[in-house]
Ligand binder design. Sequence first.
Ligand SMILES: Cc1cc2nc3c(=O)[nH]c(=O)nc-3n(C[C@H](O)[C@H](O)[C@H](O)COP(=O)(O)OP(=O)(O)OC[C@H]3O[C@@H](n4cnc5c(N)ncnc54)[C@H](O)[C@@H]3O)c2cc1C
Length: 447
Amino acid sequence: MNYSNYQPIPNLPMLDLPKVVIVGGGFAGLKLAMSLRKSAFQVILLDKNNYHQFQPLFYQVATAGLEPSAISFPLRKIFHGAANMSFRMAEAEGVDAKEKRLYTDIGYIDYDYLVLAMGADTNYFGAKNIEYYSTPMKTVSEALYIRNKIISNYERAITIEKVENRKSLMNMVIVGGGPTGVELAGAMADLRNNVLPKDYPELNFKNMKVVLIEAGPKLLGAMSEQAQSSALHYLQELGVEVFLATKVLDYDGKEVSLEGKEPIQTQTLLWAAGIKPNRIEGFDPSQYAGNGRMLVNEYNQLVGSAGVFVLGDQCLLPGGDFPKGHPQVAQVAIQQAKNLSKNLFRQEKGQPLAPFKYKDLGSMATVGRKLAVVDLPFYSFQGFFAWLTWLFVHLMAILGVKNKLVIFLDWSWNYLSFDPSLRLLIKPKYVRASERKELIEEKSSPD
Ligand SMILES: Cc1cc2nc3c(=O)[nH]c(=O)nc-3n(C[C@H](O)[C@H](O)[C@H](O)COP(=O)(O)OP(=O)(O)OC[C@H]3O[C@@H](n4cnc5c(N)ncnc54)[C@H](O)[C@@H]3O)c2cc1C
């Protein structure tokens, strides 16, 4: 890429402070930016969206349990009253690490410290048909798209006379038996069992399959055996068909073909089977691990590029307790950001840096409306109490008092009524200026 015609990003304040440019306002980037509020650094946060997204609750947006705004947080809000901070909605494109210059779609910016915290995107492992026809869930817009797609499918299914012809619109297939797949499958089964039959009494929901497919031998591969077997049991109780050790071979938008099993008709294939780190141009291939994560040392410094740090899902620190890298979860991103903020202060003062040490706080996944599995470092538990624990932890983690309140009210309502009320099909429609003019003229015409 040729950046010779790029101009500096305009209107950024010129402060006489070391400049920290953070790319990505996800868990890591946002935590770091917040820790540097009102500090002796000039902080410029860039993100291609102007909001932070709380990914653990995407599945609730996709299944009509929560509004997208309840799990999104405007990034500019964190900068209120902090003169050392600026936000720009911009997509990072490339870097010249020797010049300490970052190129973005709104111009370039020079930095003293560059922090890449760009997270990851969906990985289809090269399966082009699956990429084309399936639906991912890595952004809040994709979660909303799933919600709209499911509702549109039912509005179409109810107009189709032959049961056989409705099948592909009604069946849901989810690929990937990690926490996202398990949570989606449980929530879809709850919709199928309790909500959709009331909305579409003319359709027979015994004909609707919710299928969860996992290539490995177990669900929730990274969790304890109790968590794995309880999650499987809970899903089967909800009527989810779980296919373990099953590979998806292909998908044409109507039928999924599976290795060694009958194909399944579905127009809704939700792909939660893998992620790949986001990247920008300008780094050497030797700075990446085979899976695309950027290689960092114990201070999250990118190997081979002074002044560049990488956090969260995008980085890989090999060796130690996690030879293949830390798990790509929110706590790793947050803890790395906290450590880096302390190290930036230490570096400015010429003090020795502290290495990153991950404190595993445990993992959890919910299954349906009132069950969950929780693994704490020394104790695992499952069932209703685990679900209450899951609710509490997620409510505390959500940013913003208003979001917490909205989510608490939505969850209480959904739990008591079993009737999530967000099943509106709102499709934004763009009307061209010329058409708007015609419409106005039409309306104001005397006849
Ligand atoms: C559906 C789902 C459910 C999950 N559930 C859990 C869970 O229950 N518990 C858990 O611990 N983890 C969960 N995770 C994983 C967790 O969300 C990630 O590990 C975490 O978000 C990583 O944080 P991060 O800061 O590295 O990246 P992210 O939080 O993904 O943030 C990356 C940011 O970078 C921005 N960005 C990307 N590219 C560019 C660019 N070129 N220019 C500018 N900005 C850019 C993005 O817009 C985004 O805001 C889940 C993930 C998904 C997708």
